[in-house]
Ligand binder design. Structure first.
Ligand code: DGY
Length: 426
């Protein structure tokens, strides 16, 4: 791709960030997602920092202004009313002055804030803003290990598929069968009015998403009981890897900013989490897999959640094995990295997290690959990502075989990641 083309794509990406900017937060895309989403915002801030560092810090600050008293950072902040989205604040019923959802999302904040700090040209601003965020992110990390790791195994569980970000992954299919659907209040989906229903989760999945929300609401969103009360408790290697990486990054940042206690706590969490992660290794698949905590068994399912641990400081043989796995996946699709193995009978190239390529995942995987020196594979994934943009625009996700754009369009975090692909490598 020529330099001129890359610059054009970069400028288009910056424009998407601008269009979706609501002043103090950015919507993932107009219509389909009209509020602030947790990990979308943190990753978006990285893109924003190329054009306006102050605005990038505001994005993360706004999210953390809605952190719960117990330390949780919710997955959605409903800054303004919009009945184009379901489930809205009345379904969540969390009773907050600015309504939020009652569950969380992958904790990328530690990773993102370290990246913002490292990239910052205005170091005084970065120091001041990062110093304020450090204790808040530390509390969120503490919240995870206190509320989602009751047996002190150093691995945290999700209690709702939406927490993983990989909403309808094949990984959850068996465990999700245990979630009932009876008694769910009648509802009308809005997502299928904004995006092709064939690209979205099914009705049976939505019934269960909503059953869980209603169940947690009936328990007053009391996080000290929700984990044990949930029929869905999944230890996801990708989610845990993100948490471990964020702990490690926060520890480094805290050490640099003269906060030794925060540094020490997070270093310990990262070390313990990394050691525990190995329990999720599958020799037969050659990658990490999820653990169904309620059923007490590993889940034999080859999703991208099991490749994300490349983000953390893995032993070399594990890193090599994950790169071999990526090579193998590259034999069955044109565009890396599919969110599920195309050779699996349940793979669906266009349905959300059951196959499509997501650029935020590609970004995190390539960050990990580069950090561990796997530069050839990183470059291959970065090039595939830019090719997808060039042919399909800034979509929410893409078919790994045809490159067809799927889901929402003019997507914020896709744009933000593209800015990193173009400038990070420069
Ligand atoms: C959705 O509405 O599809 C979201 O992924 C839930 O956060």
């Amino acid at each position: 791709m020529t330099e001129q083309k890359r610059q054009e794509i970069f400028d288009q990406a910056a424009q998407i960030l601008k269009i979706n900017d609501r002043g103090t937060y950015t919507v993932p895309t107009h219509g389909l997602y009209p509020f602030q989403w947790n990990w979308d915002s943190c990753l978006t801030a990285i893109g924003q920092s190329y054009v306006d560092e102050h605005r990038a810090w505001v994005e993360v600050d706004t999210l953390f202004a809605h952190q719960w008293e117990d330390g949780m950072v919710p997955h959605i902040v409903f800054h303004q009313l919009d009945d184009g989205y379901f489930p809205g604040p009345e379904v969540w019923g969390t009773n907050r002055s600015v309504p939020t959802s009652g569950i969380t999302q992958p904790p990328v904040a530690g990773f993102a804030v370290k990246r913002l700090y490292d990239m910052a040209k205005d170091k005084n601003l970065a120091r001041a803003r990062a110093r304020e965020l450090l204790p808040r992110i530390d509390r969120w990390h503490e919240w995870f290990y206190s509320n989602r790791d009751p047996a002190n195994e150093h691995l945290v569980a999700l209690i709702h598929p939406w927490e993983s970000g990989r909403d309808n992954s094949i990984d959850w299919d068996a465990a999700f069968e245990r979630v009932p659907t009876e008694g769910v209040a009648p509802y009308v989906r809005r997502d299928t009015q904004h995006a092709d229903p064939a690209h979205r989760p099914t009705k049976a999945q939505y019934d269960r998403y909503i059953w869980l929300v209603e169940h947690f609401r009936s328990l007053d969103w009391n996080n000290s009981v929700l984990h044990d009360a949930s029929p869905f408790q999944i230890v996801d290697p990708g989610f845990n890897a993100i948490l471990i990486r964020s702990c490690a990054d926060l520890a480094e940042l805290a050490a640099e900013l003269g906060e030794p206690d925060i540094a020490k706590r997070n270093q310990q969490r990262a070390a313990d989490g990394l050691a525990a992660l190995d329990k999720l290794w599958s020799d037969s698949l050659g990658q990490y897999v999820c653990f169904d905590r309620a059923a007490c068994s590993l889940i034999d399912s080859a999703s991208v959640g099991g490749l994300l641990p490349i983000l953390v400081a893995l032993p070399e043989h594990r890193g090599d094995a994950l790169v071999a796995r990526l090579e193998k996946l590259g034999e069955s699709c044109r565009y890396l990295v599919p969110s599920h193995d195309p050779l699996d009978g349940k793979y669906d190239a266009k349905r959300y997290w059951r196959g499509p390529v997501w650029l935020i995942i590609n970004y995190m995987i390539t960050d990990g690959l580069r950090k561990s020196g796997y530069n050839d594979m990183a470059l291959r994934i970065e090039n595939a990502s830019l090719e997808l943009i060039n042919t399909g625009g800034f979509a929410e996700y893409y078919d790994p075989t045809t490159g067809e754009p799927c889901g929402g369009a003019s997507f914020t975090w896709t744009a933000a990641m593209v800015m990193e692909f173009i400038r990070r490598a420069a």
